[in-house]
Design a protein. Structure first.
Length: 452
């Protein structure tokens, strides 16, 4: 780990790997099966849409099966793990939260519901704006989805508030993965194990070493369901995008052949979401990172993003392109110009949804944007972004749960791409999460290893 104690520059800690990958005929056969499965599913479950309930209930079945294997060692209901307030961007917070959960699981304890942070000011503690976990994600839903795997509890469940043992996390170069793991093992034994609460203290949970496979993280993320208030906001933004797409199509349709078929109009109109990571702060960071790591595929200019997205094969036009950008950090107002004919870009302002976002603090804005990108028919992001990476992880799980065993096929449903890496036909590279990776580090904080 190359994180300095004095410096929170985790962007400097990326491992760079390049992987080749080629398609074969097996891929094609599997794809055919996927397509058939999807078609059947669409016919049998017409209400299915995006993150619908059918998919969720399928996941539950899978959960129960896998959890029941582990169920003899229980998370002990009245032994607790307490962690400090979780900080940084939404997706870094989700990772830190998952680590807290997996630590609790390792100690057979329930995790006391932590505070997240609503703002991005991680350097000034008083500006951190704690926000309870259950203001963002559904508490009961988490426990029911994660039943048998991980449990959250409330501080009111504690019986003896003085029966607490502090677990001091180390930091810096000397704090290795092995030391961290040894410490956790030690705290799972007597006399430590007898305490009602183990309280983790230390600089920042996000700096904890990673001991868990991608699949474990993925399970925790599946249990994170936004509270209705926030997911309804995302619904509003997505409806707005699809509505505009429908208007665009009906205009084209009527000018071409007079009538647009009624069924075509009832289908949800597809859209592309692009996480344009071109904010001022990021452009400075990524240039430094490229120099240090001698890799040129990290920063993509606005022009490069537009060009590569324009070269994606098979996009039907006209198509709405939703641009997920940090408006406040943008120096450049011209992101709406320069897109290929037929790709019609919208950001929050042009879409008329600024009001929806402005009501909320940064964390919630990011959560809404995350949903809009996750649900898009096509997602294009930057492989050096936790935001993009977790969206791709979720989309990969969706493809797998729908029966797609061989990813990385050109015509997969819900494809994701990384625009910072050149792919076929001068387009962005297809991107899927390697679900068998042994740790999240390999895929999440910035990597050119996108497994396609
Ligand atoms: N940096 C930044 N991003 C914002 C802001 N508002 C919205 N965003 C969007 O949110 C994305 C970052 O999302 P987060 O969920 O905070 O992600 P993160 O955990 O910081 O992960 P990274 O993508 O690696 O930065 C940005 O790339 C923007 O698209 C803002 O004020 N600052
Ligand atoms: C957790 O519980 C299981 C089963 O009871 C046990 O084998 C394991 O050692 C426990 N771990 C800790 C850290 O208590
Ligand atoms: C499956 O999970 C649900 C939700 O947590 C739970 O209510 C149900 O009892 C579980 N079923 C089995 C067989 O474990
Ligand atoms: C609470 O825990 C402390 C420390 O372990 C112990 O000394 C005390 O007796 C406990 N109090 C009760 C009421 O059990
Ligand atoms: C996925 O990760 C596993 C475990 O690290 C590795 O063996 C495999 O080659 C990876 N697959 C791809 C396509 O990157
Ligand atoms: Mg960030």
């Amino acid at each position: 780990m190359c994180i300095e104690e004095s410096q929170m520059d985790w962007w400097g800690c990326k491992h760079l790997r390049f992987l080749g990958f080629s398609l074969n005929s097996l891929t094609c056969k599997c794809l055919a099966l996927v397509v058939i499965a999807l078609a059947l599913r669409a016919a049998l479950f017409p209400t299915f849409s995006g993150f619908g309930s059918i998919e969720q209930s399928d996941l539950l079945v899978i959960h129960n099966l896998s959890f029941s294997l582990n169920s003899e060692f229980g998370v002990r209901r009245f032994k607790f793990l307490e962690v400090p307030q979780i900080v940084w961007g939404l997706n870094n917070q989700k990772i830190a939260f998952a680590r807290a959960c997996l630590t609790a699981r390792m100690l057979n304890r329930t995790l006391l519901m932590p505070s997240l942070s609503a703002s991005l000011f991680y350097k000034e503690i008083d500006l951190l704006q704690p926000i309870p976990f259950d203001k963002v994600f559904q508490f009961e839903r988490f426990n029911s989805l994660c039943n048998g795997f991980i449990q959250l509890s409330r501080y009111s469940d504690i019986v003896n508030r003085t029966d607490v043992l502090e677990l001091q996390k180390g930091s810096g170069r000397k704090w290795t993965v092995e030391r961290d793991l040894d410490q956790l093992r030690q705290f799972g034994n007597d006399p430590y194990d007898g305490y009602e609460t183990i309280r983790v203290v230390g600089k920042n949970p996000f700096l904890w070493h990673d001991h868990w496979p991608v699949k474990d993280y993925a399970k925790v993320f599946e249990c994170l369901v936004l509270v209705d208030e926030i997911s309804k906001e995302a619904d509003r933004v997505v409806s707005k995008i699809r509505e505009i797409g429908r208007e665009m199509r009906s205009k084209i349709g009527s000018s071409q052949d007079g009538v647009v078929s009624g069924t075509a109009l009832l289908q949800p109109v597809p859209y592309v979401a692009v996480h344009m990571r071109i904010e001022k702060d990021w452009m400075i960071h990524c240039k430094k990172l490229e120099q240090r790591s001698k890799v040129s595929e990290i920063c993509s200019s606005k022009e490069e993003i537009m060009e590569r997205v324009g070269n994606i094969v098979g996009l039907e036009t006209p198509m709405v392109v939703y641009l997920a950008v940090a408006d406040t950090l943008l120096e450049d107002n011209s992101i709406l110009n320069g897109w290929k004919e037929g790709l019609v870009p919208f950001e929050k302002k042009k879409l008329g949804v600024v009001g929806i976002y402005k009501k909320h603090p940064y964390l919630i804005q990011s959560a809404i944007d995350y949903e809009v990108c996750s649900r898009a028919d096509v997602f294009v992001g930057n492989s050096f972004s936790t935001f993009s990476s977790l969206i791709v992880l979720e989309r990969t799980q969706k493809i797998i749960s729908m029966g797609g065993s061989r990813p990385c096929a050109m015509d997969v449903r819900w494809p994701s791409y990384a625009y910072n890496i050149l792919g076929e036909s001068k387009g962005p590279r297809l991107w899927m999460t390697n679900m068998s990776d042994s740790n999240l580090r390999a895929i999440s904080y910035g990597s050119n290893d996108i497994s396609c």
